[in-house]
Ligand binder design. Structure first.
Ligand SMILES: Cc1ncc(COP(=O)(O)O)c(C=O)c1O
Length: 385
């Protein structure tokens, strides 16, 4: 019913992902957007809005607030009131605002690494210190090291930025894990900023997304949740996201930190978000099936390649591949020379790993995997010579 197989030409469209390697034969599997057209219902809604032709200052339509609260209740059994929503042009703005809204300059902000790079720069952008706690990989599974996490908390730690599902390691945190983290944050009076941008991209059929704030009202009161339609429906260029903040004082501090700096969402962003959350369930289900097929292709190919390994990906369209055994001096350059543009783990505080974006037509993905395989096989035979 929906076509994810036919390649869409993205060269020459000012795409961040594709322009990086323009005029070079390198398949771009780096920044996290997908090479698919957005759902037809979104495109139709945008056509209608554009045909109307007036693009004045726009506020979040009441109906959109209702669509979002209904969506959160039906997908996650999470009851949210419209006034808890704060619309934002993006999640990166959202967690930067959270860093400014909580505590004072000189305070500490904690996160678990490896993680999405803007988490690492947000605290420094507003004169907070970053405390990084390494996730541990045990039995081929990434998880929190709660002992180390608690030991790393200082008297000035005010905020924990959580990524759930976690980019780049692909985990969907379970209730017990979220509850353990929330208990530590409660004990040390730390606010949680929970980035849940990948929450509707759960590939593991045994897993479900649990919004951190849905654990209980006390956890909700110390949580700023960030969500968006941008990853699931492939709309990041339209800049539309939202925060859910149930506690009034925290919400006011957040809005105050935004004032005069963070612009409102644009009219097309709101239009796309409404259609995405309301009319695209079939498309989303078809996308998830397609991504599951792509993940199989990645897992099988990586399993056959010399040197490489990866833990299971539970969510996102991003694979976090361990390339340490290959002993590459510069893994990015190695794979670029092989004709594939991956993102270097160093940027995520995960050296020795590469992140591969498999949100693309399977034919292109397979071509990239074949190129990687050929280069690594070559390397192995050179080493053995
Ligand atoms: C965890 C996470 N947060 C935020 C973003 C980007 O958010 P935005 O484009 O809304 O600023 C990404 C994009 O990859 C992401 O992976």
């Amino acid at each position: 019913m929906y076509d994810f197989d036919t390649p869409v030409e993205r060269r020459g469209t000012a795409s961040l992902k594709w322009e990086k390697y323009k005029a070079r034969d390198i398949i771009p599997l780096w920044v996290a957007d997908m090479d698919f057209r957005s759902p037809p219902a979104v495109i139709n809604a945008l056509h209608k809005r554009v045909d109307y032709g007036v693009f004045g200052y726009t506020i979040a339509p009441d109906e959109l607030n209702e669509v979002v609260t209904a969506m959160l209740e039906s997908r996650y059994a999470w009851k949210v009131q419209s006034e808890w929503l704060v619309w934002l042009p993006g999640l990166v703005s959202g967690f930067n605002v959270a860093c400014r809204a909580v505590g004072e300059a000189g305070d500490d902000v904690m996160t678990a690494v490896p993680v999405y790079p803007p988490f690492l720069s947000a605290p420094g952008n507003c004169r907070r210190n970053l405390i990084k706690v390494a996730l541990k990989e045990e039995n081929n599974r990434w998880q929190f090291d709660f002992d180390r996490l608690e030991q790393s908390i200082t008297a000035n730690t005010r905020l924990f930025i959580l990524c759930n599902p976690h980019n780049p390691i692909g985990r969907v945190y379970k209730w017990d894990e979220l509850a353990a983290l929330a208990a530590i944050c409660r004990k040390h009076d730390i606010v949680i900023c929970s980035d849940e941008i990948h929450c509707d991209l759960i590939l593991d059929r045994e897993k479900r997304h649990i919004p951190t704030a849905s654990l209980d009202p006390e956890v909700a009161a110390r949580t700023i949740t960030l969500m968006a339609p941008s990853k699931t429906y492939n709309l990041p260029g339209l800049g539309c996201a939202f925060a859910v903040i149930s506690e009034k004082n925290l919400r006011q501090k957040f809005k105050k930190a935004m004032a005069g700096i963070v612009p409102g969402v644009n009219a097309l962003g709101y239009t796309a978000a409404r259609a995405a959350f309301k009319d695209c369930a079939d498309w989303q289900a078809a996308l998830l099936d397609y991504l599951r097929g792509n993940l199989d292709a990645v897992e099988q190919a990586v399993g056959r390649m010399p040197y490489l390994s990866m833990a299971p990906v539970e969510a996102t369209y991003l694979a976090w591949i361990d390339v340490r055994a290959a002993g590459l001096k510069n893994p990015s350059t190695f794979f670029e020379e092989a004709g594939v543009g991956l993102q270097d783990g160093i940027e995520f505080d995960g050296p020795g790993f590469m992140r591969l974006n498999f949100g693309c037509p399977r034919s292109l993905l397979k071509k990239a995997l074949n190129r990687m395989s050929a280069a690594l096989t070559d390397r192995l035979s050179t080493e053995n010579r």
